[in-house]
Design a protein around this ligand. Sequence first.
Ligand code: PEP
Ligand code: MG
Length: 603
Amino acid sequence: MKNEPGKGDGNPADPSEGGPAEERSYHGIAVSPGIAIGPAHVSDHFDQAVPEYEIEAEQVEDERARFAAALAVSIKQLRKLKSKAQGLPDAASEEMGYLLDAHLSMLTNSRLVRGVDKRIAGERHNAEWAVQEEIAAIGESFSAMRDAYLAARFDDIRIVGMRLIRNLAKRPFEALSHLPDGTVILAEELTPADTALMDPRRVAGFATVLGGAESHTSIMARALGLPAVVGVAGLLAQPGRRDTVIVDGSAGIVVINPEPATIARYRERRDELRRQRRQLDKLRRFPAITRDGVEIALEANLELPRELEQATAAGATGLGLVRSEFLYMNRDTLPGEDEQFAAFRDLLKGMEGRPVTVRTLDIGGEKIAEALSGVTGAPSANPALGLRAIRLSLKERKLLDAQLAAMLRAAVYGPLRILLPMICNVGELRRVREALVQVARRLRRRGIAIPEQLPPLGVMIEIPGAALAADALAAEADFFALGTNDLIQYTLAIDRGDEQVAYLYDPLHPAVLRLIQFAIEAAHRARIPISVCGEMAGDPRFTALLLGLGLRELSMTPGNIPRVKQRIRSLDTVAASRRARAIMDQWDSGRIAALLDDFNALA
Ligand code: PEP
Ligand code: MG
């Protein structure tokens, strides 16, 4: 167990280290169900190695820009932590506020910032190294003054410097391989790449200060079956030991240093949840068929290839969304065509003839791949609206062509479908289709085996404009996949990863439902298949509504398949359509939720 003072949400030096470990409970957003009980590990990047190299004169401006970007990210993080701290009890909120203000001031025209800038320009050191050197220099001058107050301030400067280095290096968290089995991770924030490195056999669950319910980190937690709570104010704020921790990913509760009686209560609850899970797993042998005999395709979303086994074990009828981003995370170099081909081929082989829908790269926004930093250019002020997903693929044709070639070659091994993320107009779809034809021609010329008929090319409907123009897209796309995660984010202007506005992230907002309905009707008119692969598909609360609106194909995290199947088997599609019509007549989310929940309660 590691519990270092002066870290995380920025807590001051810990006076009570070694004192009695008091039970403390925190509330956050429940994002991945289940209960984890285990030794705590506070993940803070403090032990990370700092890269050191010299730069050429012509690289100085780029390096300064890189430092400026890390500075901006650090300021944003501290502001977010500050606003989060305002929800804490008065004294804690005030103390945290002062501390975070102090950290913020160290990032604006301070000796630290000026010194780093000078070292980059004058000594031609890379930014991480420059930060480290400047901190060491400040430390030396402070220690020469032999003042206890300044010594404490130096600790803060060091903490701020480490934040800068972490944001510069953009390294994922340590592989966590040295931790005892069953460890529970506590962190300020985890990226999807950090989470992808967690081995569920070692890590029991996690809790973070920042993060929203539909962020990719949360989706990754559900994919790995790791109980998780995010957006926990004050989680790392209080000093003191953190020996054991409980993360209740179903209720959104974190208990630090639980009393034996609390542990016993949660163990019981955990055993009960496991029993329920085993019951549900028995549904695997039964089809997803409604009471009136309508069969629903229940497919799996794959974040990582290792979920394939889970998907087949859950009885997935196909893979409705393979997020190819996994091939680009946690590495310094880009994967080549052959590597991608092998990955897609293995998925097709594993699915034994069932359809596999591979999505082209959807990097950008909160999904960052260090290996792509060379092509994504300077960080955008609005990354969610910037050069990402299909826009990046169309700009960097080499990336797109390699993916298309890998998919075409893999398509020999089974029914592969190609899915395009963040399509906003027909022109983008046409350009990809042209690219696909060109790549196919090139492969054939080289004598490489690809199917005679090119795989179906579908689009994600996840931008409101795409939903509104669904008729135009349906005329040229071979299928639609509704990405409700982004559709909600963009329709309601709610950052899906920001816990501060999570309360506004509403799948039942009438605007969202109308866009979904619009896309379904356009697909039906054009007689093309349409599925949902956003998180709404995996929540049994929405199943009746989605079926009532006419959907017959749902794709979700494998772990959610049994629960959704259970709901489908209790439903009648005629009654569900009637209820969906009543819901679509409403303008008020509260009324919509009541109509849906009443209907669900009848089951
Ligand atoms: C979505 O936006 O709903 C979706 C499925 O894509 P992602 O979550 O990968 O952005
Ligand atoms: Mg999306």
